[in-house]
Design a protein around this ligand. Structure first.
Ligand code: SDX
Length: 428
């Protein structure tokens, strides 16, 4: 007999089915609640609300588990590449050798931007934020591919594979172009023969005199960074992608909206905020102890700490903490910000304020130190997050496009004025 939940309202009892996920998660299916009782649920920030059924990623925040299509992030981080993980997240299985070669070729072959695309960048002030540029340019890129942006679901799905490879590829190119524009540097054409990360860093840092070739340690660190950001259930930006997709909008429009949602300092903007926080602690001569006290009194926020779902260590933070040490050692950099980060982490993990609230380092706590070591400018950090998250956004768009989901349209509880009437301006 299937499990049910009973809700009693105004003396009436209503029974609703309980949905069980494959990892044992339970949900009460309240889709008929309003029709039955006239009541809706209220859940500010959706902390207790499942917006969808999804096969892509599973997180157990209590014990710090993250799996993509059932595979633990630790195994992917140790053995897969970013593109292999992107394929897994999007298509639901690890690619065969043949699938991997084809997918990599599709990505490599789609890196260049149409020549007339360069003129779009002239429309931005040189100090335009790269997230604003990225969001705008992803939609602009869709204008060059009307066959993929018809908003006719069947037609858009016919071109899905090409659109997915194109976006995973071009998100790097647009990012690099926005950086070159901000520096007043000429754009660098992609190379067809370079691996994903190498080609990106080439487009970012090559000069007319010399092509940029990353060290193996830098290439590995950036590939790991992108891999660890590939997908993360229904976070703020991924939910935004699904919201936009649910209205029938095409993939380019949906990921463009995802970029805007990711930009905020509480979400993808946190990696930038963490490095700025560490730098200001360092510049103030504090070793982090005073900052911890300020965070406890609400005078400051310990960026890179805390998470809506993880009430244990974010497994990505653990991996990135090790990778930060590794790349700094390999480059012979002795970054004082890493020492401060380690001090903050140790102090917070022992302090009652953080322990009671189950606040642990999240993916953003160490990621900025890796980007800083690679030479990525701090204002580009959130763009790096967007490059990594592109496969997850694409996979979630595909789930909406191929599923039976309805348009996302939450209800509300109205708390405004009632029984008002229009007053002519001369009487106001
Ligand atoms: C990402 O959702 C995802 O999956 C996101 C992400 C992904 O991969 O997509 O994992 C990526 O966005 C990671 C999160 C990056 N953001 C930050 O590091 C910003 C700092 N963190 C916080 O702002 C906060 O922890 C959030 C936004 C991450 C979570 O916010 P919640 O779940 O709404 O928690 P809350 O604000 O209700 O906090 C609960 C309590 C409060 O104290 P009390 O009111 O109980 O006294 O914890 C405190 C908060 O003041 N608190 C913090 C804190 N985070 C929460 N206090 C100090 N420093 C912090 N960082």
């Amino acid at each position: 007999m299937s499990e049910t939940a009973t809700i009693t309202i105004d003396g009436n009892s209503y029974e609703y089915p309980v949905i069980s996920g494959t990892e044992g998660e339970k949900a009460i299916d309240v889709r008929k609640l309003r029709a039955d009782s006239g009541y809706i649920t209220y859940d500010d920030g959706y902390g207790n609300t499942g917006s969808c059924l999804s096969d892509i990623t599973f997180i157990n925040g209590e014990v710090g588990i993250l799996r993509h299509r059932g595979i633990p992030i630790e195994e992917l981080a140790g053995q897969a590449s970013f593109l292999g993980t992107a394929f897994l997240v999007i298509y639901g299985h690890l690619p065969s050798q043949e699938e991997y070669v084809h997918f990599s070729q599709q990505v490599a072959g789609n890196a260049a931007m149409p020549d007339d695309f360069r003129h779009h960048f002239n429309g931005f002030p040189s100090d335009a934020h790269p997230m604003a540029v990225l969001s705008a340019m992803l939609n602009a890129a869709g204008c060059c591919h009307s066959e993929m942006t018809s908003n006719d679901r069947e037609q858009d799905m016919e071109h899905f594979d090409q659109a997915a490879a194109l976006l995973i590829s071009k998100v790097r190119t647009i990012a690099a172009m926005s950086y070159r524009m901000s520096q007043g540097l000429p754009f660098v054409a992609p190379r067809l023969d370079a691996p994903y990360v190498d080609d990106f860093l080439h487009m970012m840092f090559s000069t007319e005199e010399k092509d940029y070739e990353p060290t193996p340690e830098i290439a590995k660190a950036m590939d790991l960074f992108f891999l660890l950001h590939a997908d993360h259930e229904q976070n703020c930006s991924t939910s935004t992608v699904r919201m936009v997709a649910s209205g029938g909008a095409n993939l380019f429009a949906s990921v463009s909206a995802g970029v805007s949602a990711l930009w905020g300092p509480l979400h993808g903007g946190a990696n930038t905020a963490v490095v700025k926080m560490l730098q200001s602690i360092h510049d103030s001569g504090d070793d982090g102890s005073q900052f911890i006290e300020d965070a406890k009194t609400g005078k400051a926020r310990l960026m890179g700490f805390g998470h809506r779902v993880y009430k244990n260590y974010d497994p990505r933070a653990k991996i990135l903490g090790g990778a930060a040490e590794e790349i700094l050692n390999s480059l012979g950099h002795d970054d004082p910000l890493l020492d401060i980060a380690r001090h903050l982490e140790k102090a917070a993990l022992e302090d009652e304020y953080f322990v009671k609230r189950k606040l642990y380092p999240n993916v953003d706590f160490y990621s900025g130190l890796i980007l800083k070591a690679v030479g990525i400018p701090v204002e580009m950090f959130t763009v790096m997050f967007a490059i990594g998250r592109m496969p997850g956004w694409i996979a979630n768009w595909r789930e909406i496009a191929t599923g039976s989901s309805r348009i996302h349209r939450p209800r509300q509880v109205y708390t405004g004025k009632v029984d008002q009437h229009f007053v002519p301006v001369e009487e106001r």
